[in-house]
Design a protein around this ligand. Structure first.
Ligand SMILES: *Cc1c(COP(=O)(O)O)cnc(C)c1O
Length: 812
């Protein structure tokens, strides 16, 4: 590494000159970024190699985290932080008249994920490396990531995100480690001498999986793990064969494109399973390439197959990679000659599964016909797993047809991926206490009855390195000056801040930092959106995917209500607020897109009405992403976590806000319940129905949104404004869909039911915010209690309870 700033400057200048033929003055910003990134990558390489060799020599057990999504965010700043050269590089660049933060902006933010699930995977990789744990990510190298969101006339428009158009400097292509993945064809079997069946696979379509490796740098240690992203390419043999057969180059190109389509784009649906053939191909492509490469590297150890689970843990992030189960079985049996019983034991002992949702529309199932034609051998194996599982159930519950049909993996012409995941793994975890209880007591009750020992909770976390140390450096310094730096290695020690409750200068400092962050955000909003916001106002932030259950609509209706109040009583005493939104809607999710349009309309009306715009403003930032989250969260006062109770499995946005001193305004849902448990009633704002109340309504069928509409004139007024000519609507049918969802279809997510209690909670927020010292104290308590939500804690629990791995001590 660089011994000092001068050494860095000289190496950086040579990099520019020798690699790019440029000087500091002639290089473009992107060239400068590239030179800096290139230099840092060279520094990473030594430890990367060393880590890899160390793992091999010591035969450490490796964790492979399979995920269809990794929402990494930009890497330059985080790598510099973890390599302990952030300030040195920043100062060196400063000497050269360059700004590190401006260079960081030149990196495209790789959007290889939809939201929480993909971001969790990214936080986990950071924690694994930082804790010296041998864990790697396996994902897909989508050519197009999450779409770019633009607003035209307030409506969402999706543009392709061709993030690779700017070179992604962190990846290394490794064609020598390509793996062949096979689709289609048919399977025949012959009996061998010992009576064993041999399966032969013919007429399949081979596709090359090329790994692109991205280094994952640990914090102030020598560990550099790997995120391996697979890319689909035609195999040479297949291409030649096709060209000969078709005799035409045009066909060849078409064929090439159809194969490359597998890693072409990320499905932009959050919380819905689409059932498209290409998606299933993507899933198997990731799984097969990954499992084959894991088996290959296990074989270099020269150990018996029975020790496979001692050397490899295969974790599946939701059910998308559930085919690791039949794929590992296939390889062990068909290619390595292991018998069914042993292969099954090895598979179960290696695989573990995280469930992320109980929303029924998100549960994956695939038509039997599709699985059978696309993956004939895999289907045979799934079918056999199902057969044996159902027989075992029959022995335990003889005659209980209902239960067996309910638990079967293959039923009603569908392959149920959650069932496959549960049956084929040794651990099934939920992502927050409430969520895990819901799995055990309700959604997966019968599986829990069958396999009680497999179910466990691992409350999600976020990496405090990115979300606090990198996103909010002033707060990081203030914390370290107050309690020393042990909290960085042991975030649980943030509770030491509780001793500062009476330290007025410290509370003032927290306030000043928040204020400074709010001013920075305001300037950025002015520059990029042309909206003037008041940094003295409450920054109330609702950023996450747009979904009915997340209830952005509740927030929107409340703003309409505030507007109406202000219009009817201009003397109303109201604490100024700026409402921030950021959210992408799945392109096919009409209702969610309507809500975006409504919020943009509200922003337009509110921001341009001089009667109200001194008090309230609405800012909908387009293209919500990791880098935008990093800008907004350090500047927020209020964290909107207002999902309908029982629907949000955990949430991780809630944790990022808490760690940055924002106060949660939320329902008793997901990890909000645990935030509440930690900070107590005085330090957050809980409102709305509790989970058991929601279930009571479900059981009685007694919720009537019309009754709320008829009894609450505020609700009636705002809803009528959606469909009649009003400041918010040109009348006619513009927002009819929203009106109908709330009234005609009885408000699936209990928005109207929770409206009154939300209004009250918002009033309380406004009152409390005026008592600055009290508010700062609440903010302090939130920061102090947030250490539990570091993903380091989460990963230590996974390592101990699920993966059975220890810190690798040969690395510093
Ligand atoms: C943290 C994060 C999420 C998850 O947010 P929730 O509020 O938990 O839904 C989604 N997208 C991005 C970009 C994030 O950083």
């Amino acid at each position: 590494m660089f011994s000092d700033k001068e050494e860095f400057k000289s190496e950086f200048k040579s990099q520019l000159e020798e690699k790019l033929g440029k000087t500091v003055t002639t290089a473009s910003d992107f060239d400068t970024y590239r030179a800096l990134g290139g230099l840092i990558r060279e520094k990473i390489n030594k430890n990367w190699l060393k880590t890899d060799q160390g793992y091999r020599e010591n035969k450490n057990k490796q964790v492979y985290y399979f995920s269809m999504e990794f929402l990494m965010g930009r890497l330059l700043g985080n790598n510099l932080l973890n390599m302990n050269v952030l300030s040195l590089v920043e100062d060196g660049l400063d000497d050269l008249g360059l700004s590190l933060s401006e260079l960081e902006e030149k990196e495209s933010d790789p959007g290889l994920g939809n939201g929480g699930l993909g971001r969790l995977a990214a936080c986990f990789l950071d924690s694994l490396a930082s804790l010296n744990l041998a864990g790697h990510g396996y994902g897909l190298r989508y050519k197009y990531g999450m779409f770019d969101q633009h607003f035209i006339d307030g409506k969402q428009v999706e543009l392709p995100d061709y993030w690779l158009s700017k070179e992604f400097i962190w990846e290394v292509r490794r064609p020598e480690e390509a793996i062949e993945v096979r689709f289609g064809g048919h399977v025949s079997s012959t009996k061998g001498e010992n009576g064993k069946l041999h399966f032969k696979y013919e007429d399949y379509e081979p596709i090359n999986a090329i790994p692109y490796d991205v280094p994952v740098v640990g914090y102030h240690n020598e560990t550099v793990n790997t995120l391996r992203l697979w890319s689909a390419e035609p195999t040479i043999e297949n291409t030649v064969a096709k060209a000969e057969k078709e005799g035409e180059f045009g066909h060849f190109l078409q064929h090439k494109r159809s194969l490359e389509a597998i890693s072409e784009f990320l499905y932009p649906d959050d919380s819905t399973a689409e059932g498209k053939e290409l998606r299933l191909k993507q899933e198997y492509f990731l799984v097969s390439a990954g499992v084959q490469s894991i088996v290959q590297s296990f074989e270099t150890l020269g150990l018996p197959w029975s020790s496979f689970p001692e050397k490899a843990a295969l974790h599946i992030n939701d059910t998308h990679p559930a085919l690791v189960i039949p794929e590992l079985m296939r390889i062990l049996m068909d290619e390595k000659g292991v018998g069914w019983e042993e292969a099954w034991e090895i598979t179960q002992n290696s695989v573990s599964y995280t469930n992320h949702t109980t929303l029924s529309e998100a549960l994956e199932s695939w038509p039997v016909g599709l699985v059978r034609s696309l993956l004939p051998r895999i289907f045979m194996i799934i079918d056999e797993i199902n057969e044996r599982f159902c027989q075992a159930l029959w022995r335990t519950y003889p005659g209980d047809f209902d239960r067996i049909a309910d638990l079967a993996i293959v039923a009603d012409g569908q392959v149920k991926m959650a069932h496959l995941s549960i049956v084929g793994s040794h651990s099934i975890n939920g992502v927050a206490k409430l969520h895990t209880e819901i799995l055990k007591k309700r959604e997966m009750k019968r599986f829990y009855d069958t396999f009680p020992d497999r179910f466990n909770n691992k409350t999600n976390g976020i990496t405090h390195r990115r979300w606090l140390m990198h996103a909010n450096r002033p707060l990081t310094s203030a914390i370290t000056e107050a309690i020393g730096e042990d909290w960085i290695r042991q975030p649980g020690q943030l509770t030491k801040l509780l001793n500062r409750k009476d330290d007025l200068p410290f509370l003032d400092r927290l306030h000043d930092i928040k204020q400074k962050n709010k001013i920075d955000l305001s300037n950025w909003v002015q520059e990029t959106q042309g909206i003037a916001v008041d940094p003295e106002s409450i920054f109330d932030v609702h950023i996450k995917r747009l979904h009915g259950y997340k209830r952005q609509l509740l927030n929107a209706l409340h703003i309409m209500h505030l507007y109406n109040e202000l219009k009817s009583d201009p003397t109303l005493d109201i604490v100024p607020r700026t409402f921030f939104f950021g959210a992408k809607a799945a392109p096919s999710y009409h209702f969610a897109k309507k809500v975006i349009q409504l919020i943009n309309r509200i922003a337009d009306v509110v921001n341009h009405d001089p009667d109200v715009n001194e008090y309230i403003k609405v800012v909908f930032l387009p293209n919500y992403s990791v880098s935008i989250a990093e800008r907004i969260i350090p500047a927020s006062n209020v964290s909107e976590q207002i999902s309908m109770a029982t629907k949000e499995a955990s949430g991780t946005g809630n944790m990022k806000f808490m760690m940055n001193g924002a106060l949660t305004l939320g329902t008793m849902d997901g990890a909000n319940v645990e935030i509440h448990e930690l900070v107590g009633d005085d330090n957050l704002y809980i409102f709305g129905l509790r989970s058991d109340e929601v279930w009571d309504y479900y059981r009685n069928g007694s919720y009537s949104s019309k009754a709320v509409y008829e009894n609450d004139q505020r609700v009636r007024h705002t809803l009528d404004q959606l469909i009649h000519y009003s400041p918010f609507s040109k009348g006619e049918t513009e927002f009819q869909e929203i009106y109908d969802a709330l009234l005609t279809y009885n408000d699936e997510y209990f928005v109207l039911k929770d409206f009154a209690s939300y209004v009250l909670a918002q009033k309380k927020v406004s009152q409390d915010y005026q008592r600055k010292r009290q508010w700062n104290l609440k903010s302090l308590v939130n920061i102090a209690q947030s250490g539990v939500f570091s993903s380091d804690r989460t990963i230590q629990e996974y390592a101990r309870d699920i993966w059975d791995i220890q810190r690798v001590t040969t690395l510093k």
